[in-house]
Design a protein around this ligand. Structure first.
Ligand code: ATP
Length: 334
């Protein structure tokens, strides 16, 4: 696996502090989904949120853009533009969602309306937020299609979603997310629904756009191979908590948490011989309603020992690198 050389810029434009999300259960209780997550997103930076299905990545993302289900209970702070987004009334979200913070979902068809032409759908996003003349609107739609690498934009903008390939549809969704020059894009598994070659093209496009336009991005993925191609920083989540974070190259080269090491062993790395067996992490992600006492990963961890019955804190060992593991501290892995 080759990590692209990237630099982490400052300052923070979004600050998440002690974010907690829980979902109401039928018995009146709350099932936790996100447990005390804190991180900063810096201007121009790509931060990857990584972890297996069910570890709380999407719930974190949806909290940042005010799209959690009504049954969700939310705590903590999300500071952006001088406001705590968790307290924003819905009518005030209109000037932020899609305008200053935009989201790209996994399946392009969930963001596109099959009944409307591509150009009209991009126009709708622009009309919602900006007051452009008809000529400026048409020019901006064309410019966006060119920006995301859609060939023959004048033809494509008159077509319907079903007339485009899956990769082109995801490019259109990216164009819609970029339409109003947002400061932050949240991309939730944006390539999972695409085949492998197209996946690589979309990741390269997002990476190029980040470098050219400089928008910050929260990139959600379960695949550290994909993350290594785009992220400046990585935050690994397990059972709703951050278990490791740090600069992408350093985390991938010297993972401090056994869970991060498990995730790395389960993805193909560049230079690996073709039939090298990949190792899945044994066991299952715990049921969030019945978390084991102590470290949430200990039932799956080959290195678990007595101390792991006490929950480990997320400790910063070197500046910018943190891990939630008693062993990481003892072995000075970071
Ligand atoms: N609307 C909801 N109602 C009840 N529980 C939910 C809801 N959305 C998510 N959850 C639960 O919250 C936990 C975290 O889910 P989340 O979707 O954030 O995980 P994820 O890491 O993004 O996984 P995936 O990649 O599968 O989306 C899971 O236990 C999930 O079942």
């Amino acid at each position: 696996m080759t990590a692209v050389a990237k630099q982490t810029p400052a300052p923070a434009i979004l600050s998440v502090a002690d974010l907690a999300v829980g979902f109401a259960r039928r018995d009146g209780g709350t099932a936790p989904a996100v447990r005390g997550v804190s991180f900063d997103l810096h201007r121009g930076e790509v931060l990857a949120l990584v972890g297996e299905s069910g570890c709380g990545k999407s719930a974190t993302a949806l909290a940042l853009i005010g799209l959690l289900a009504r049954t969700a209970r939310v705590g903590g702070r999300v500071d952006f533009g001088g406001r705590n987004l968790l307290q924003l009334p819905e009518r005030e979200w209109e000037s932020i969602r899609g305008r200053r913070i935009a989201m790209i979902f996994q399946d392009p068809m969930s963001s596109l309306d099959p009944l409307y032409r591509i150009g009209d759908q991009i126009a709708e996003v622009l009309r919602q937020h900006l007051n452009l003349s008809p000529a400026a609107l048409a020019a901006r739609i064309r410019e966006l299609l060119v920006l995301v690498g859609i060939p023959d934009p004048d033809l494509r903008l008159r077509q319907y979603p079903h007339q485009l390939s899956g990769g082109q549809r995801q490019r259109v969704v990216i164009a819609m997310a970029l339409a109003c020059d947002p400061e932050i894009i949240i991309a939730d598994e944006p390539t999972t629904a695409l085949d492998v070659t197209i996946q690589a093209q979309i990741i390269d496009l997002l990476s190029q756009l980040n470098r050219r336009i400089g928008m910050a991005m929260i990139f959600i993925s379960h695949d550290l191979g994909v993350v290594s191609r785009i992220a400046h920083r990585v935050a690994v989540m397990y059972a709703g908590q951050l278990v490791e974070s740090g600069p992408c190259e350093r985390v991938l080269q010297a993972p401090a948490h056994p869970y991060t090491r498990g995730l790395l062993a389960s993805v193909p790395a560049a230079g690996m011989a073709p039939k090298t067996p990949l190792q899945a992490i044994p066991g299952m992600v715990p049921d969030m309603a019945r978390l084991p006492p102590g470290c949430a990963f200990r039932n799956r961890c080959a290195q678990a020992h007595d101390v792991c019955q006490t929950p480990p804190p997320l400790e910063t060992h070197t500046p910018g690198r943190a891990a939630r593991c008693w062993l990481a501290a003892q072995e000075s892995r970071i």
